[in-house]
Design a protein around this ligand. Structure first.
Ligand code: SAM
Ligand code: SF4
Length: 325
């Protein structure tokens, strides 16, 4: 499936729920945190049907996300159902329920998971998530590692919040075969984003350069992360440069929100109601292609090319927790 800029789209991210057991303020606004009613959410067969249509149109990779995908009722069944499709299936999670799903992941043939962890300090972890479960998350990361999964750690880097832990995360890659990815802080509805809070990848790289020798690794096709490795380290580190060096030119991603709306871009305001159409018995193929035909060249058509001129309050979008990261 191509858009008007000839970008091939073969990667779908499906949000299973807009609810979450954490309260990360960069993702979930403090006000208006009510969740969608159950009947607005895609049901298992609907997720399967929508995913199958995307696969027919060329999707070969699906990532489940949320909200927290593992708090979704029936997550187990959804994962096993989607595992039947000819796709590489993976998941992004805050890690709390990972131990309960290890067998499901194995049965579904999932080999790689992203676990989010923004601090290695219990009090700061609590401050960021409003949940005192750092130990639980860390033990689940070790469990995944022990069980042979490829584990990527997502760290949202924010000035004045966790920048003093960047080197601590880098050090983890010396001890463990973990793949740390620092994500530049992105603006979404209600998350109080400011340019001053973004730590650009170049700044983080400079910090690492001041302390360690490292090498640049080859980045995979369509990769959003620029990968590096300390000498002789079992793990790697990477930067997701959404804000300082967006990767729109090579974008292959589409998204479905938990209520079945297709979004062409994380930052776009346009949505196409696939679930509504499915429930009316309509065919989805042309709706999907029509949506993709309207995909903007750059950052959902809402951003200034100069990062520091970005006005977060003028961007029309959902909050991250309701999009599905
Ligand atoms: N609950 C799961 C988790 O936390 O991994 C999956 C959903 S979460 C929305 C997906 C990813 O988006 C997480 O790695 C999270 O840290 C990241 N994220 C959320 N808000 C963000 C923001 N404003 N800027 C950058 N990354 C963000
Ligand atoms: Fe929940 Fe993940 Fe958002 Fe944190 S980042 S509030 S864990 S969905």
């Amino acid at each position: 499936m191509k858009d008007q800029f000839h970008r091939v789209h073969d990667y779908l991210r499906i949000s299973l729920t807009d609810s979450c057991n954490f309260r990360c303020s960069y993702c979930m606004p403090e006000e208006n945190i009510s969740c969608m009613p159950q009947k607005h959410l895609m049901q298992v067969e609907e997720i399967e049907s929508i995913a199958k249509t995307f696969v027919k149109l060329g999707v070969n990779k699906i990532r489940l996300t949320g909200g927290e995908p593992l708090v979704r009722k029936g997550a187990d069944q959804i994962i096993k159902t989607l595992a039947q499709l000819p796709v590489e299936l993976s998941l992004t999670t805050n890690g709390v329920y990972v131990d309960k799903f290890i067998d499901t992941f194995k049965q579904a043939g999932i080999r790689s998971l992203n676990v989010s962890i923004d601090s290695l300090q219990p009090s700061r972890f609590f401050q960021l998530t409003k949940r005192a479960v750092l130990d639980k998350v860390w033990n689940n990361i070790l469990l995944l590692q022990k069980e042979g999964f490829h584990v990527k750690l997502n760290v949202v880097a924010m000035k004045g919040i966790n920048e003093d832990e960047i080197l601590d995360f880098i050090q983890l890659t010396q001890k463990h075969p973990l793949h740390v990815r620092f994500i530049e802080f992105m603006p979404f509805s209600g998350n109080k984003w400011e340019y001053q809070k973004v730590i650009k990848a170049q700044e983080m790289l400079q910090l690492v350069k001041d302390s360690y020798d490292f090498i640049k690794l080859r980045d995979e096709k369509h990769a959003t992360a620029k990968k590096y490795k300390l000498y002789n380290a079992p793990g790697t580190f990477a930067f997701i440069t959404t804000m300082s060096a967006p990767f729109c030119v090579d974008c292959n991603r589409m998204r479905i929100t938990a209520d079945g709306k297709m979004k062409n871009c994380l930052f776009g305001k346009e949505e196409t109601d696939l679930l509504g159409a499915l429930r009316k018995g309509e065919k989805l193929e042309h709706l999907i292609q029509n949506s993709l035909n309207r995909k903007h060249a750059f950052m959902g058509g809402q951003f200034n090319k100069e990062l520091k001129n970005t006005q977060a309050t003028t961007i029309e979008n959902r909050s991250m927790v309701k999009i599905g990261g």
